[in-house]
Design a protein around this ligand. Structure first.
Ligand code: ADE
Ligand code: ZN
Length: 324
């Protein structure tokens, strides 16, 4: 690992906490909760991490997270991620969680947010790590289910900075969630959405114009749409790009094809993030290293990407100044 990357202060803006569930923890939590797994051991589970597209990953991801049942499970999951981030010099995180993936199997919303929130508070207290939490709606479910989740979140409003939209993008366009985004905006939530990961560039435009998001998660499909790229650059709309995720989910065939530097040089506010690091082969440093090794990103380009993350994050100007 290049010292330039490992020593760089980093900000993570696109991370699904359930995507940090390492095989070792799957087995530990299964044992603690009396769950029998379909896999004999950790290496058998890891061997199943061969994905052909987003859906093939989501199937494994939703299955894996079933071992998460108690408040303590969510604390342990989040704490393990935060310890890794600390070791990689990550100074601020804005993380997603998928409440419907837990409440739909009988886990209380309070236990999910309670465990995650307790770990975030402890990291802030122990080493000054700042964080924001983003509640993500599952786009393969109905808008009514998203509304129900928004209602369940009401008692926890102060712990939630924003809402997001994730899961299967194909055939689940941003327009499906128009009203629930408007309702969340009226409650003061900040708005982001996954768009243009596997879906078309038009979904990015719809996320901006219909959902009124301020940041796009992934957004790599913009590379196919020059007018959209010009707009994203002009408005400095941040894209939270995830290089190893794109490779693992076959959005690209090889890291040398990744559009990150083309987007950067076209003036877009692109950022580096890890998405679901337990499944995609690495956390923040590994994602930066993949750009350096696979795409030939220079230290200047890596620095610009890291500065973009500070620009794109939701800290105050005073808090941002400490990071740069
Ligand atoms: N949920 C977790 N990771 C995701 C991704 N990369 N795209 C869409 N939904 C997700
Ligand atoms: Zn994601």
């Amino acid at each position: 690992m290049s010292p330039f990357i490992s020593e760089l202060p980093k900000v993570e803006l696109h991370l699904h906490i359930e995507g940090t569930l390492e095989p070792e923890m799957v087995f530990a939590l299964a044992k603690r909760n009396g769950i029998t797994l379909d896999y004999a051991d950790e290496s058998a589970l890891q061997a199943a991490y061969q994905f052909s597209d987003l859906q093939s990953f989501l199937n494994v991801y939703y299955q894996g997270m079933q071992v998460l049942q108690t408040e303590q499970d969510f604390f342990d999951l989040t704490w393990a991620y935060l310890m890794r981030s600390q070791a990689e010099n990550v100074r601020h995180v804005e993380i997603f969680f998928d409440p419907q993936a837990h409440t739909d199997r009988g886990v209380a919303f309070a236990d999910v947010i309670g465990g995650i929130g307790r770990a975030l508070a402890q990291a802030r207290q122990q080493w000054g790590l700042t964080s924001h939490l983003i509640m993500s709606f599952l786009r393969h479910l109905s808008q009514e289910s998203a509304f129900e989740t928004l209602r369940q979140a009401e008692p926890f409003r102060q712990q939630l900075a924003g809402i997001g939209l994730d899961s299967a993008e194909k055939d689940n366009p941003p327009t499906k969630f128009r009203e629930v985004y408007a309702a969340a905006a009226a409650q003061g939530y900040r708005l982001v959405a996954h768009a243009g990961e596997e879906g078309p560039a038009s979904y990015i435009r719809d996320a901006l114009d219909v959902l009124q998001v301020e940041r796009i998660d992934h957004g790599v499909a913009a590379i196919h749409d020059a007018p959209l790229m010009a707009r994203l650059a002009q408005e400095r709309i941040p894209l939270t790009v995830c290089p190893l995720s794109n490779l693992k989910l076959r959005v690209i065939n090889d890291m040398s094809e990744h559009p990150m530097l083309a987007l950067l040089h076209a003036g877009l506010c692109v950022t580096v993030n890890s998405d679901d690091p337990a499944y995609f082969g690495g956390y923040m440093n590994a994602n930066y290293a993949a750009l350096q090794q696979g795409l030939g990103a220079s230290n200047d380009e890596i620095l610009q990407l890291a500065l973009n993350s500070v620009e794109a994050c939701w800290l105050s100007a005073a808090e941002k100044a400490v990071l740069t």
